[in-house]
Design a protein around this ligand. Structure first.
Ligand code: HEC
Length: 385
């Protein structure tokens, strides 16, 4: 049996997962950070390039959904490998990893020549994987709170919304720095590990990075042979359970994205409005169209208006002459009070009496009907008899 020179590390499905995560993470980071640091000139340039803040937010939301769907798929894929294929949970952190981490730390500082012998996943890889899992959970939870602030404050105190925003932005910076520092160093700088794209590592690379796994592979310890009947049985149990879980998580994502329209909508730029508008003079009460007075209505001072004024106005504008106005006599009515003639024959609009009464709140007030009669009488020249 010829020894394979290249060893399959990541099957296509996992490489696709990595590609989807890489693309959505990058887009989320860019569209998110320009919102977090919206005042920076670089952010402004990127926002303008992408077509404005609303488009940036829409792209961020779309790729948040892509990443959530990938996470749901990942749970299924991991579950399938663990529960159906009975693969060992090799990405779990163990005490041995702490020791390895310490050794790597010393080695990186040049205090120790030795690097630990590691298996399927190195300490660096495990830390990165769990940071991604943890980060995705934090981003999903805090993202939900910002996307649905009203629903959030129905369950939690209001402070949780700005707190979620702070955590979302802080975790974003942390995640981007982790990729730029930790990820870049371990898979691009210290060695250029292309297995996530090609799928394969050479034997030499395996010996360097994953000697324990290589040893297991050579000894035939892994992968363990599987009993097809047992796998089929476990799959029959796993698939319906996962389908149910995935369906409820998909409903969750739908709820997440559609439950409420986030209150913050970018306000369109203000229009130009004319601030100074010259005052238009208040129009004088327009004279009502003069109808011929109804039959039996007074048409002269003597046949009724004298009595009307005596009854309605006499208490103040009789002998008391409030405001200098005496409405007890025809002459007094024409002469008016301190503001001038109360009645200008032929011109109701110029008559103080009509102007004062038209306000509707004079201490002694004619009814609308009476005022109309007075107008018609003045219009007709205010005859005395
Ligand atoms: C309860 C008292 C009272 C009654 C009743 C009353 N007025 Fe007057 N009137 C006043 C007062 C007070 C003034 C304001 C005097 C001033 O500005 O110094 C006034 C002022 C006026 C003036 C303006 C006088 C001027 O030259 O400044 C007119 C016109 C007038 N009244 C008409 C009437 C008519 C018509 C009636 C009856 C329908 C009437 N008033 C009933 C209290 C009254």
């Amino acid at each position: 049996m010829g020894e394979p020179r290249r060893i399959l590390r990541f099957p296509a499905s996992q490489r696709i997962e990595h590609a989807v995560t890489m693309v959505s993470f990058t887009i989320l980071a860019i569209t998110g950070l320009v919102q977090k640091y919206a005042m920076a000139s670089l952010s402004e340039a990127i926002i303008a390039l992408l077509g404005g803040i609303e488009t940036v937010r829409a792209i961020h939301h779309i790729f948040a959904v892509v990443l959530m769907l990938e996470a749901i798929y990942h749970l299924g894929a991991v579950g399938y490998r663990l529960f159906v294929l009975h693969q060992p949970p090799s990405i779990l952190l163990s005490l041995q990893d702490l020791r390895a981490g310490w050794q790597i730390f010393l080695n990186n500082l040049g205090l120790s020549r030795e690097r630990p012998l590691q298996g399927r996943y190195t300490f660096e890889e495990k830390v990165e994987y769990w940071a991604l899992v943890w980060g995705t959970v934090v981003m999903a939870v805090t993202g939900f709170m910002m996307w649905n602030p009203i629903a959030t404050t129905r369950l939690l105190p209001g402070e949780f919304v700005p707190a979620a925003k702070a955590a979302h932005g802080g975790e974003a910076v942390l995640a981007v720095l982790a990729i730029l520092v930790w990820h870049s160093y371990h898979v691009h700088l210290r060695q250029f590990n292309k297995s996530m794209f090609t799928g394969y590592l050479s034997e030499e690379e395996m010996l360097e990075e994953h000697p324990l796994e290589l040893a297991d592979l050579k000894a035939g310890v892994s992968p363990r042979p599987l009993d097809p009947a047992a796998v089929a049985r476990r799959r029959r149990i796993f698939l319906p359970i996962y389908s149910l879980l995935a369906a409820s998580m998909l409903v969750g994502v739908y709820f997440f994205t559609s439950y409420e329209h986030t209150a913050i909508t970018t306000i369109p730029p203000a229009e130009d409005v004319v601030v100074y508008v010259p005052l238009t003079p208040t129009p004088l009460p327009t004279p009502l169209p003069t109808k011929p007075p109804p039959a039996g209505a007074p048409t002269t001072w003597e046949d009724g208006f004298a009595d009307l004024f005596a009854e309605k106005c006499g208490s103040c504008h009789g002998t008391a002459k409030v405001g200098g106005l005496d409405l007890a006599e025809y002459e007094g009515a024409l002469a008016g009070g301190k503001s001038g003639p109360a009645i200008v024959p032929g011109d109701p609009a110029a008559s103080r009496l009509v102007i004062v009464q038209a306000t509707g709140d004079h201490p002694g007030q004619l009814t609308g009907q009476e005022l109309a009669l007075v107008r018609a009488w003045i219009e007709a020249g205010a005859p005395e008899r």
